[in-house]
Design a protein around this ligand. Sequence first.
Ligand code: HEC
Ligand code: HEC
Length: 433
Amino acid sequence: MSKRVALLGGVVLAAACSDEELVDGIFTQQQWVQIQELSPLPEPPLDPTNRYQRDPLAAALGHRLFFEAAYAGPLQVGDDGRNGGLGMPGDTGKIACASCHEGPWLIDLRTNPNNVSLGANIIPRNAASMVNVAYYSPWIENDGLLDSLWSEAMVDVEFDLGFNSSRLRLAHVIYERHREGYEAAFGSLDPALDPTHAEAARFPADARPGSPEWDAMTPEDQDHVTEIFVNFGKALHAYLDRLVSRDAPFDRYVAGETDAMSPAAKRGLQLFVGKAACVECHATPHFSDDDFHNTGLAATGPFISTEEQGRYDRIDFLLAHEFNSSSRWSDDRSTGRLDGVVKDEALIGTWRTKGLRHVAETAPYMHSGQFATLEEVVEFYDQGGHDEGFHGTKDEIIQPLNLTTDEKADLVEFLASLTGRELPPELLREPSD
Ligand code: HEC
Ligand code: HEC
């Protein structure tokens, strides 16, 4: 008899009399209901602000662009023999998305120290996994800097610490190296993007808003380039939308395969939805409530800023952002995502809840990458967060848990049961043709 049947029986029983039947001898009915809300993992949510999200031509282009380095601007920090740097200072064309998102779980495997990420310069954050990233909605990045995945894919291009590049460099590379794929998905490119074209001067090699070269362009030409930039983001989103990993031992267990999880992992799950209250924030099948919380983390570690106040610091940027969901580049400006978003002091020191699928594969942890192991993360929560050195007010759910050594080990064992199947290898490497 499968667990589902057992549960149904249990529900009927519970309705008929007040006796509670424990599911699999461990979980109360209420806990089991909560557990079932964590699995299975559905399709990633549809984002109407990108009408190309499920377009196979856009996804194929996005896949190529994920591995493209040619548009990267000059490195500011070079390779010093141990930092994993991508070349000599001043070198261009060295950085791809895949430089910081690689391997089976698409994380940074290169930068040393590995709590941060080195592109043109050091990004003082731990790089995120791209597997199941499409479930975050709508807030992207640890501080909720952006309100769509396509705009996130764009932001690094003109960010000096990221690609240190410009939308004109990008537009020229797309014309030169991805013209066919781009035009198949999005329509024709202006032939003057070809540097040998008679009117090539209309499109300077390297320009972005704020530069004199950009200001000298006509509004129509500026719009054409910005549209290419936006379509780059939408194509990357379409690719990221495919990076889905399911069928973790936890999912198989919830689906009725009683042996899929070890007894220790089951006890850990019980703590997760019970005494340790992790599920209060790590809810939903991607284990994030997509909201912002203050866990009382005093950020430390190489290159990590102790000044950062998380979500609070980013509200102004988000509301004014050229490519937010209310901008003219959004395919649906009526989502209301930004309604009621204000710079409220309650947001000081809050960060977006991280998803926990395949978390055992993506050390180190937190936005700062300051915990090397899951044991350290569990220890942090067991202590009820840090006592001092964090910004704002700790969420009231974060309290000392008084877990035993065995209970802590059980929680870690449970987290390890959240690793799903690896993606098909062809999605993880550069397309060959
Ligand atoms: C130099 C390293 C680096 C490069 C290059 C890079 N990223 Fe990232 N990426 C990061 C880091 C670090 C973060 C975490 C930022 C944060 O949330 O604070 C991140 C976060 C993200 C996120 C948000 C994840 C989340 O949890 O919300 C997405 C999506 C993403 N990157 C996609 C891309 C794409 C697409 C490209 C190429 C256009 C790219 N990245 C290039 C380092 C990099
Ligand atoms: C009050 C909400 C809240 C509760 C309760 C909570 N978390 Fe978190 N969790 C977060 C937030 C927010 C982050 C991201 C923090 C950051 O990056 O600074 C996070 C991060 C994590 C990470 C790091 C993931 C990564 O990829 O870096 C792990 C692991 C984790 N939590 C596990 C747990 C466990 C286990 C519990 C229960 C003992 C728990 N959390 C309870 C909100 C919460």
